[in-house]
Design a protein around this ligand. Sequence first.
Ligand SMILES: Nc1ncnc2c1ncn2[C@@H]1O[C@H](COP(=O)(O)OP(=O)(O)OP(=O)(O)O)[C@@H](O)[C@H]1O
Ligand SMILES: [Mg+2]
Length: 251
Amino acid sequence: MNTITAERVPAFSLRQVQQVRGDVHTLRDVDLDIPAGEVVALVGPSGAGKTSLVRLLNRLDDPVSGTVTYDGAAIESIYVRELRRKIAFVFQVPVMFDGTVADNLLFARDLAHAATRTPTLRTPEPAEALRLAGVDPEFASRDAQSLSGGERQRVSIARALMTAPEVLLLDEPTSALDPDVAAHILATIRSLADTMHLTVVMVTHRLEEARAVSTHTVFMEAGTVIESGATETMFSAPTQPRTRDFLVRQR
Ligand SMILES: Nc1ncnc2c1ncn2[C@@H]1O[C@H](COP(=O)(O)OP(=O)(O)OP(=O)(O)O)[C@@H](O)[C@H]1O
Ligand SMILES: [Mg+2]
């Protein structure tokens, strides 16, 4: 066996990224590599630019200047529907379409097959996606509008899995949920990343959540990336004074 382990290409690389939303300069000179195959937490105070950044990663927005690459390719060179199949977005408050849970899941899978340029793409069955997201497969026949908040968030994760994604982006996926429900969902996200070799990028306000779920943490403040590194190091020995201040303030 080869003893030299090649460094993996980052999932995403941002270089000199500037972003403006409305009249607010939300991202300033962002240079960041997001490692592949890890659970990456994006943390920082309200207004830091976390949502602005994560929205660039499946082209919900494009930056006003600078470059974003995915898996080594300029992100805008990737057919956008295929990009969004590969890079699934789970929102804070998921929207379910009318119909059953299975209808919602199969709709996502149909879109994926229509979008893909990989004719042999293998996507999961609804029962499998539900199981992976920690939902009883019997839920497939439930009315999607009748679900509780926690069930809805799990089903939205299952729906994201229906496109056989490579990356899962989550913007505050647990902030609308009770802490115990949130903790279970985080455990599910972590095990998904491991079993499906997904790259996960999760925005969270809760530092204990970032610490529990992520292997890599990016700390942002005022539109800039202050520090990015292994989660354990970031929490136990942050190098930047502003990271240290934030950790102390949040305790
Ligand atoms: N569409 C918009 N129009 C005008 N200003 C915006 C818009 N979206 C965001 N902003 C502003 O840009 C800044 C960064 O917002 P962003 O949503 O990226 O921060 P965030 O870190 O996700 O914050 P939060 O933790 O509150 O979700 C904030 O000051 C916000 O008010
Ligand atoms: Mg936000």
